[in-house]
Design a protein around this ligand. Structure first.
Ligand SMILES: Nc1ncnc2c1ncn2[C@@H]1O[C@H](COP(=O)(O)OP(=O)(O)OP(=O)(O)O)[C@@H](O)[C@H]1O
Length: 582
């Protein structure tokens, strides 16, 4: 396979819109979070203000009711601190619930979208990228939503209240304090400019590493057989090195950001103390006001710190979110056709097809498959036989021209209706780690146990009667199927789907001779009374077929019976002669 496609990445705007949709869907909860946060932040302002008043009262000297001036405010300070703690906890728990629901929605959406991606696309994108988006990226987004939204909201509201409070206490002092917060802005700007590309790169190199490792593990036999250990080790090493350097880059960004932030937090406190001392000397402000402003600015560190930590995490999460949302940009299959399929006739009309690389691998192919016939597709390697098979099976869609069954485009049929018309049988058959019954019911959910057993027996899988739990046996754990049995299971699915046409592509080509013999016997049972299009690797198949279609370089160059084509003396007769050795 050449020209592997990649999955798209959503823009930050699209991610913003997706996140906004989550917030809109839970407006009531978000409004409750905001109100609770505002109340908590308001309660938090009381203590420093009262402390300032106590200092002013003490500084004014012993009055008639000094104890009252100190004791009552002290009680209020404790009361408001407790109220604030309770409100923050309440706000957090509402926030976490919102985050949990949003995280669940995002995972569900990912799964739904992933399942609606056409098989043709899934076939061509790197598996690792898919896996990382569905696991690491989705978890990253989910964790951030679960914690980030509530905590960032609390921190934001607190910060706004504290800034307002410090300006109310004394506008000049407040302005000086806030001005010295500018350092935070500079450090953050520096960081944010670099963070998004750095985190995207980190995620991409992680996905690439997963891909390299998965494909190496999957191809372990080939690696062993061809002695490719060194080559694979080099590929894995280079993927590891790239992933490592991408991680180090984001780490370096953090090691600059965090110390700069720490220094920036201290600046306003120092500024307010220095300027405040001068102002108190001049009698421009009271000592209590300086103390209250200092405490407010000091308290600002908490929310700002939370915001910085989350900005860092949110950068990574946004990068992950763009990858998770990117799945939505994969064009899904267009609306399914509702038209009635008139008959079993398959017509390929002037079809052109190109993979992602853009070059046409099928050009102007036209062919009518007669119901009930056995048609063999032959041609040299790369001629386009499998591609034509995929188009007739509705897996891929022609770039131009049409492939129809009974007058309806096959690629427009819903999977359920398509299965009743045409099924492509390859050696790629999947056994799910579920019961044998569930493995069969995926094709016809309404089939009875008797029908399932009959389908198995019809393809020669009499071993179904020897399974420890019968149809309830969990495959892969309670019972491991060998190659022939797995192929029989997939053929039993074809029997259940009961299509009028079966396309065979290398269904037995790579099986060992014993397995191939068993499978061929099972196949013969499946093919009875159906139209068969066989992509033939052995010309004996072509010899036994009703008609032979010869392909070369994406074109259909000959079509006729074996005898006609041999007599015509063209490409097929040359193939036949060289195969026969005369
Ligand atoms: N997934 C893919 N992406 C890009 N190009 C592809 C893909 N699959 C096949 N091709 C290209 O399309 C052309 C036709 O391939 P196809 O597999 O249909 O030929 P074939 O006649 O079935 O060959 P073979 O007998 O070797 O299977 C070839 O040039 C092949 O490289």
């Amino acid at each position: 396979m050449s020209g592997e496609a990649t999955l798209p990445i959503a823009s930050t705007r699209q991610v913003g819109a997706a996140a906004w949709a989550q917030i809109r869907a839970a407006r009531g909860t978000v409004a409750a979070m905001l109100v609770l946060n505002a109340l908590a932040a308001g309660a938090g302002l009381v203590a420093p203000w009262l402390l300032g008043r106590i200092v002013d009262a003490v500084q004014a000297g012993p009055g008639p009711d000094l104890h009252g001036t100190i004791d009552m405010p002290a009680v209020w300070i404790i009361t408001f601190t407790i109220v604030q703690t309770l409100l923050v906890r309440w706000a957090l728990s509402v926030g976490y619930r919102f985050g949990e629901r949003a995280a669940g929605n995002i995972r569900e959406r990912f799964l739904q979208r992933a399942l609606s991606i056409p098989a043709a696309v899934v076939d061509r994108v790197p598996v690792g990228d898919f896996v990382v988006r569905g696991t690491i990226d989705s978890s990253m987004v989910a964790t951030s939503l679960r914690r980030a939204i509530p905590e960032v909201l609390i921190a934001l509201v607190q910060a706004l209240f504290l800034i307002a409070a410090v300006l109310v206490v004394d506008p000049l002092l407040g302005a000086c304090g806030l001005a010295s917060l500018l350092g935070i802005g500079v450090a953050l700007r520096w960081y944010l400019r670099r963070a998004r590309p750095a985190y995207l790169h980190e995620a991409a190199t992680g996905a690439q590493l997963a891909d390299v490792v998965t494909s190496t593990a999957k191809g372990a036999r080939t690696v062993e057989a061809l002695g490719l250990h060194d080559e694979r080790a080099r590929t894995v090493d280079s993927a590891v090195a790239e992933a490592r350097s991408a991680r180090l880059r984001t780490l370096r960004l953090r090691t600059v950001l965090f110390p700069s932030m720490d220094i920036s937090y201290m600046l306003p406190v120092v500024a307010v103390l220095l300027i405040g001392a001068a102002l108190v000397d001049n009698g421009a402000v009271s000592l209590g006001a300086v103390i209250a402003a200092t405490i407010y600015l000091r308290q600002l560190v908490g929310p700002l710190d939370t915001l910085t930590v989350w900005v860092e995490q949110i950068q990574a999460a946004v990068a992950s979110y763009t990858r998770v949302e990117g799945i939505a940009l994969v064009p899904t299959a267009p609306a399914v056709a509702t038209a009635e399929v008139r008959d079993d006739r398959i017509v390929v009309d002037d079809v052109y097809f190109a993979y992602d690389s853009g070059r046409d691998v099928l050009s102007g192919v036209a062919l009518t498959v007669r119901p009930g016939e056995r048609l063999a597709l032959v041609g040299t390697s790369g001629a386009g036989k499998s591609t034509l098979g995929r188009l007739i099976a509705g897996v891929d869609r022609p770039r131009a021209g049409t492939v129809t069954v009974g007058g309806v485009a096959v690629a427009d049929l819903s999977p359920d209706r398509l299965r009743e018309q045409v099924v492509l049988v390859t050696q790629d058959h999947h056994v799910f780690q579920e019961s044998l019954r569930d493995n069969l019911l995926i094709v016809v959910p309404t089939a009875t146990d008797a029908e399932l057993e009959q389908a198995m027996v019809s393809v020669g899988a009499t071993w179904v009667h020897d399974l420890p739990e019968g149809l309830d046996t969990v495959l892969g754990t309670q019972s491991k199927l060998d190659g022939a049995q797995a192929q029989q299971l997939s053929l039993a699915r074809v029997v259940l789907a009961n299509p009028h046409t079966v396309i065979l592509d290398e269904a037995t080509a790579l099986l060992d001779p014993t397995t191939a013999r068993t499978t061929e016997r099972s196949l013969a049972a499946v093919l009875e009374n159906r139209t068969v299009i066989a992509i033939a690797h052995r010309l004996q198949t072509a010899h036994d077929a009703d008609r032979v279609a010869v392909m070369e370089d994406g074109r259909l160059i000959e079509l006729g019976t074996h005898d006609e084509l041999v007599a015509a003396g063209g490409a097929y007769s040359r193939l036949w002669r060289s195969w026969h050795g005369d």
